[in-house]
Design a protein around this ligand. Structure first.
Ligand code: MSP
Length: 645
């Protein structure tokens, strides 16, 4: 039986605006939730906001707001951001929800009754900035070793959880469950940490120091430590929401977290659950850290990537794709605008979008816009068929192992394979001699594209739905073990220009979060070096958009002896009309099927009444055969629309 899948993201502090780090975990959760739903698993996806504690209290104070009003404002920003990013969470929990507060108080009573909580006087150096105590040894020059701020000696009564009692059991659990903490190097990190004796956990804060929290049920002069309050959200959220069969949703299948909150989840949370006699989550997966242009992001440098702005300029689904593609599981990732544009143009505009529109056009031209029936299978067709059948369980395996980046690699590999396959079968030529072979090739490409769209569906749901409609295959794929087949004879949907290439007219800049606290902008970088006379600058050169085109039709332009009218496929929904003065060197009938290099961003120009949308590049040759033009072509049969750079 398929086990239900309950997954969570961390709940985000409401002292800040959503940034790329928050967006990454939430998109990762969304992608995994969508993939599991598609696999037919009952799925529950939880996210939310962490609203108590000193950080939030101070942020509200700084803004001159009542803490609850401040929480309401920031929590709404997270909700809004997740709407923009297409997040399909089933619930959004807030730790100021009355139900959560009651749950925390009930669990604290339970822990106390189980003998897991005791009170004691605690003495130590306290840092307000870090909201924690340090030992004498940990201080650096008598100051907080993390923030470098002064510390104060505090002696106070507090409440403690007997975390130390669970150390041996925790080590045994981690050792006995190799996939409990993922990836493996993080598991080793936690085991390394547990080699030192574990102290008990201080779970209270006196109200005199911090008022913004959940009062302890057994001593109203104290509030609960914010991490105890926050971690309990994973269980409180689903307490009254069983699965369809009545079983409790807890324990979670997967907690997604960033690497900085490994100890709180793997040690504090796990031992608290042991103290409550509750089952443990199945997996805790810690992802890496996002950098920006190779540097750490920080508010003071003002380089924190703003997910909403990137979604507005590049499209939310393109941003989701880039996030998933770029970060290997557990590794750090680097956000660069050039990286995002490169991934968009090569994977999405070229390999996927162009192939969809080329195939759509060929089917429309030669098969009345209906999915052709495969007739005879050549060895190359059979080889592709085998790849398609074998790939589905492999892609499913990547999603099941929480690796959307691995799923993307498999799909982009297949897209390159499909492009090679159609290019070597050259249906635009073969149609004249072997219609059956072309029917088979086009069918297989459509079917391959159908599967790619399914497999990328969890990452780019709306765009992939559009692809499926275009291909005449709007039904979702529910069985990944048996991919079925594209219905023959189905009418294709309308052609769509899915991922128009991103053309750079100026150096790419990433939208960053602007906040009042941002440092003033640095002096602007020096501009490009001016070009020497007779040369052009690099920026001027890259404005020229050069692409590989495939000539589909050619005809002489009447009333001239040099001009031909060409119809050139450059991977767009419609072929381009280009008028070229090459007829003396190339009679029209020699041109279809030739690959050419085309300048595609010239302003249109009328020649003999025909509007020309590009310029074909030729070498001017003068030798014993006389003066003539020789077309410049790529060395191999690369896909039409490939960028020449
Ligand atoms: N409120 C706690 C979590 C409580 S869960 C019971 C918290 N909140 S946070 O808003 O500060 O951070 C939330 C998540 O964002 C963490 O998983 C953290 O790792 C992640 N990130 C913050 N900056 C990040 C990057 N630059 N890159 C990737 N993730 C980062 O901690």
């Amino acid at each position: 039986m398929k086990r239900p899948f309950y997954l969570t993201t961390p709940i985000y502090y409401v002292n800040d605006q959503p940034h790329i780090g928050h967006a990454y975990t939430t998109v990762l959760g969304d992608v995994l939730a969508r993939a599991h739903r598609l696999m037919g698993h009952e799925t529950y996806f939880l996210t939310g906001t962490d609203e108590h504690g000193q950080k939030v209290e101070q942020a509200a104070k700084k803004a001159g707001m009542d803490p609850q009003a401040h929480c309401d404002l920031y929590s709404a920003r997270f909700k809004e951001a997740w709407k923009v990013l297409g997040i399909s969470n089933d619930q959004f929990i807030r730790t100021t929800d009355p139900a959560h507060k009651n749950y925390v108080r009930a669990k604290l009573i339970e822990l106390k009754e189980r003998g897991e909580i005791y009170s004691s006087t605690y003495e130590g150096w306290y840092s307000t900035g870090e909201e924690r105590f340090f030992t004498e040894k940990e201080l650096v020059d008598g100051k907080d070793p993390i923030s470098g701020r002064p510390v104060e000696w505090i002696s106070e009564k507090n409440y403690f959880f007997r975390m130390s009692n669970w150390q041996a059991k925790l080590i045994a659990h981690i050792e006995g469950h190799p996939t409990f903490i993922l990836p493996e190097f993080r598991r080793n990190e936690v085991l390394g940490f547990l080699k030192q004796p574990l102290a008990d956990l201080c779970i209270s804060r006196p109200k005199t120091r911090l008022a913004w929290g959940i009062p302890l049920p057994f001593d109203e002069d104290y509030v609960a430590y914010v991490w105890v309050d926050a971690l309990l959200n994973y269980a409180s959220a689903v307490e009254a929401r069983p699965w369809a069969d009545g079983q409790a949703k807890w324990p979670a299948t997967l907690h997604l977290i960033g690497k900085d909150i490994l100890t709180t989840h793997c040690v504090y949370w796990t031992t608290l659950l042991m103290g409550l006699g509750a089952p443990l989550p199945e997996h805790i997966l810690a992802h890496g850290w996002w950098m920006k242009d190779g540097a750490r992001m920080s508010k003071t440098t003002g380089n924190v990537v703003d997910p909403i702005e990137v979604s507005k300029t590049r499209g939310a689904e393109v941003f989701r794709y880039f996030l998933m593609r770029e970060m290997g599981m557990g590794q750090d990732g680097d956000y660069t605008e050039a990286g995002l544009i490169g991934a968009h143009n090569s994977d999405l505009a070229n390999d996927l979008g162009n192939l969809v529109s080329r195939t759509h056009r060929l089917v429309s031209q030669h098969f009345e816009g209906k999915v052709p029936s495969p007739v005879a299978h050549q060895p190359s067709d059979l080889a592709l068929k085998k790849i398609l059948t074998e790939l589905s369980p492999a892609v499913e395996g990547e999603y099941r192992a929480f690796r959307p980046d691995g799923a993307i690699k498999k799909v982009t590999g297949l897209l390159r394979e499909l492009n090679r396959y159609i290019d070597s079968a050259a249906p635009w030529k073969a149609i004249k001699t072997d219609r059956d072979a072309v029917a088979t090739v086009l069918y297989q490409v459509l079917d391959g594209l159908r599967l790619c769209a399914h497999w990328l569906g969890p990452i780019m749901p709306q765009n992939m739905d559009r692809v499926l409609v275009t291909l005449g295959a709007p039904q979702p794929l529910t069985n990944w073990q048996d991919v079925g087949a594209l219905p023959q004879g189905a009418a294709l949907g309308e052609a769509v220009n899915l991922f128009p290439r991103i053309e750079l007219t100026s150096p790419a800049e990433t939208p960053v979060l602007k906040s009042k606290e941002s440092a003033p902008a640095k002096a602007t970088a020096p501009g490009p070096t001016p070009a020497a006379p007779g040369t052009i600058t690099f920026d001027e050169f890259v404005k020229t958009d050069l692409k590989v085109g495939l000539v589909i039709e050619a005809a002489a332009v009447e009333g001239t002896d040099k001009l031909v009218k060409l119809s050139v496929d450059i991977g767009e929904a419609k072929p381009r009309t280009v008028v070229a003065g090459i007829r003396l060197s190339y009679p029209p009938e020699t041109l279809p099927g030739k690959r050419v290099l085309l300048v595609t961003n010239l302003a249109p120009r009328k020649l003999k009444g025909i509007e020309s949308h590009g310029m074909v590049l030729c070498a001017k040759v003068s030798d014993e055969k006389g003066e003539r033009l020789v077309l410049v072509s790529p060395e191999t049969e690369v896909a039409p629309g490939s960028l020449v750079s």
